[in-house]
Design a protein around this ligand. Structure first.
Ligand SMILES: Nc1ncnc2c1ncn2[C@@H]1O[C@H](COP(=O)(O)OP(=O)(O)OP(=O)(O)O)[C@@H](O)[C@H]1O
Ligand SMILES: [Mg+2]
Length: 178
């Protein structure tokens, strides 16, 4: 069974496949209510038909399952997944919410590991993670900034991955994830 961390990695992979160079993730988790939005600057999603498992731009398999499965996981808890095409510029925003106290809710999995893995797999990506708490939003991860800091100190990718894991884990703990 896929957990939320696996789903996030899939969504990120979709953005990469759509040619995105920038991905911004926003999450909030209050009173059993998990919110997540992912905005990229890729080619943009054509329409809601991508939520149909038979719509895919894959060449190797004719069924795309990433989005339909996440949509189902959200809806199984009374939540939703929606796609917003960004009119003003290139790209896509996906947004989903889940009731984490619902009996059918999937576990979070290791979200911090997902962010660290994303960095390791696509180190050049402009990636930002924002966490909202009580109405205010804080930038907790910024790959670009970390890369710059690392270049000055000549830190290698593996060390940076570990650092990202630790920062993400600490920040997620503050909102009761992990
Ligand atoms: N961020 C995105 N930008 C542009 N198009 C997207 C994006 N995310 C998904 N799509 C489109 O929606 C389709 C369905 O995505 P989905 O993740 O459900 O399946 P897939 O990526 O094709 O296959 P799988 O995830 O099962 O490997 C993709 O093939 C792609 O055409
Ligand atoms: Mg996919």
């Amino acid at each position: 069974m896929k957990d939320i961390a696996d789903h996030l990695f899939d969504i990120f992979e979709n953005s990469v496949n759509a040619g995105a160079s920038e991905v911004i993730v926003r999450i909030a988790n209050t009173e059993n209510h998990f919110f997540c939005s992912i905005t990229d600057n890729g080619t943009g999603i054509s329409g809601p038909e991508v939520l149909d498992p038979f719509v895919t731009s894959r060449k190797t398999r004719r069924v795309g399952l990433g989005l339909p499965l996440l949509k189902k996981a959200a809806e199984d808890t009374g939540g939703y997944l929606k796609i917003k095409k960004r009119e003003e510029m290139r790209g896509t925003t996906l947004q989903f919410e889940m009731d984490t106290s619902h009996i059918d809710a999937k576990p979070f999995g290791d979200l911090a590991q997902t962010f660290a893995d994303i960095f390791f797999a696509w180190p050049e990506m402009v990636f930002k993670l924002y966490i909202s708490t009580g109405g205010s939003e804080e930038l907790v991860l910024d790959f670009q900034r970390l890369r710059l800091e690392a270049e000055e100190g000549l830190v290698d990718l593996l060390k940076l991955r570990k650092h990202i894991y630790e920062v993400a884990r600490e920040e997620l703990k503050k909102i009761d994830i992990g």
